[in-house]
Design a protein around this ligand. Structure first.
Ligand code: AMP
Length: 216
């Protein structure tokens, strides 16, 4: 099964992807996570990507298509995968279709997580994660049960993304509307687009997504 989670930054793609991975055994491929790892490791790709990411702009299609083309060759992708943050342009979507076609595969469903723009700035600027286990939290909506201690692993080490500041978020949202939103008609034409209400609470969104996956 090949699934794409589509939605603006802060829609909850990463949170839902983690749940889908656990429940459906699909591997999560997040180009954002891969690029952050490349930046942290100081690779050539990381050096090229860093400036775009810090400005809230998209990294070039060539770089991300290359990353995904390599990643889907790995063994853990054989049973299918869940794309989170890719594709983000029509050119990436077209390249993905070609890559999959070569393997006799196709996208099974694109799940759009629909969220009001107004809620996204607060969602993003308030979010942080456990530096050890990556569990996500939020300053107001999702605090750890014991202050400053991760519920999942007990760590007291937390981290925020460099690009989760107000200025960059505004740029990332604009980028979503101009470059990524055109994927909605692209996948609608293919008959694979499903929309869920991303404003609902986390458990409700998970139920809506499960309903889509169980129909496939
Ligand atoms: P994300 O973690 O998905 O919010 O991605 C963080 C940043 O990584 C984005 O703002 C872009 O700069 C870059 N990025 C991630 N995925 C892509 C992609 N598919 N195409 C271009 N840039 C990307």
């Amino acid at each position: 099964m090949i699934i794409i989670l589509l939605g603006p930054p802060g829609a909850g793609k990463g949170t839902q992807a983690a749940r889908i991975m656990a429940e459906h055994g699909l591997v999560q491929l997040s180009t954002g996570d891969m690029l952050r790892a490349a930046v942290a490791a100081g690779t050539q790709v990381g050096k090229k990507a860093k400036e775009f990411m810090n400005a809230g702009k998209l990294v070039t299609d060539e770089i991300v298509i290359g990353i995904i083309a390599d990643r889907i060759e790995e063994d853990d992708c054989k049973q299918g995968f869940l794309l989170d943050g890719f594709p983000r342009t029509v050119a990436q979507a077209e390249a993905l279709d070609i890559l999959l076609k070569e393997k006799g595969l196709k996208v099974d469903a694109v799940i759009e997580m629909k969220v009001d723009d107004e809620s996204l700035v607060d969602r993003i600027t308030g979010r942080y994660t456990c530096a050890e286990c990556n569990q996500g939290y939020h300053d107001t909506n999702l605090k750890p049960q014991k202050a400053d201690v991760c519920d999942s692993c007990g760590s007291t080490n937390f981290t925020r993304r460099a690009d989760d500041n107000r200025e960059t978020v505004v740029s990332r949202l604009a980028t979503y509307h101009t470059q990524t939103a055109p994927l909605l008609p692209f996948y609608s034409k293919q008959g694979v687009l499903r929309t869920v209400d991303g404003m609902a609470d986390i458990d409700d969104v998970a139920v809506q997504i499960n309903d889509v996956l169980n129909e496939l």
